[in-house]
Ligand binder design. Structure first.
Ligand SMILES: [Fe+2]
Length: 133
C-alpha cells in the first residue's frame, strides 16, 4: 500500500455528519499506516485499532439509526456489511499472524473504501430527499 490511506471527495455521501465520521475513520487508518513505519508497531497499532473499533461502533450506529428512521429499503444490506466487518476483525485477531498489523491495515482501507463507494453512496440521494444533508 504505497499511498497513505485518506478520505477522498469521491467518497462523499452528501451528509455532513456521516462524511465527517468517514473522514475520522480514514484518519485512524492513516495513523495505523504511519505506525507501520515506526519502531513500536505492535503497541501503537493496538491503541489505534481499539480506537477504530470504538469509533466504527459509533459510526455504524449513527448510519443505521438514520436509515431506520426513514425506512431505507437496503437497510439489511448495510446491517449485514457492518456486522461482517466486526466478524472479520475478530477472525484476524484470533489468527494473530506475524503480519497482523499489515493485514489489518489493508483490510480496513479496502473495506472502508469499497463499502462507502458501493454501499453507502447508495443512500446519499435517499437521505438528502428526507432533508438529511
Ligand atoms: Fe455503512
Amino acid at each position: 500500500m504505497p499511498e497513505r490511506p485518506s478520505w477522498k471527495p469521491e467518497y462523499s455521501v452528501r451528509v455532513e455528519e456521516l462524511d465527517a465520521q468517514h473522514k475520522h475513520l480514514f484518519s485512524l487508518i492513516g495513523k495505523l499506516f504511519d505506525a507501520m513505519a515506526g519502531a513500536n508497531v505492535r503497541d501503537i497499532s493496538r491503541n489505534i485499532l481499539s480506537s477504530l473499533n470504538d469509533y466504527a461502533i459509533t459510526h455504524f450506529s449513527t448510519e443505521e439509526r438514520l436509515l431506520l428512521r426513514f425506512k431505507y429499503d437496503d437497510f439489511s444490506e448495510q446491517k449485514r456489511e457492518h456486522d461482517a466487518f466486526f466478524d472479520t476483525i475478530r477472525d484476524y485477531e484470533k489468527n494473530g499472524s506475524d503480519t497482523f498489523e499489515k493485514d489489518m491495515l489493508e483490510f480496513l482501507n479496502d473495506w472502508l473504501s469499497e463499502h462507502i463507494l458501493k454501499v453507502d453512496k447508495k443512500y446519499a440521494t435517499f437521505l438528502n430527499n428526507h432533508g438529511v444533508k
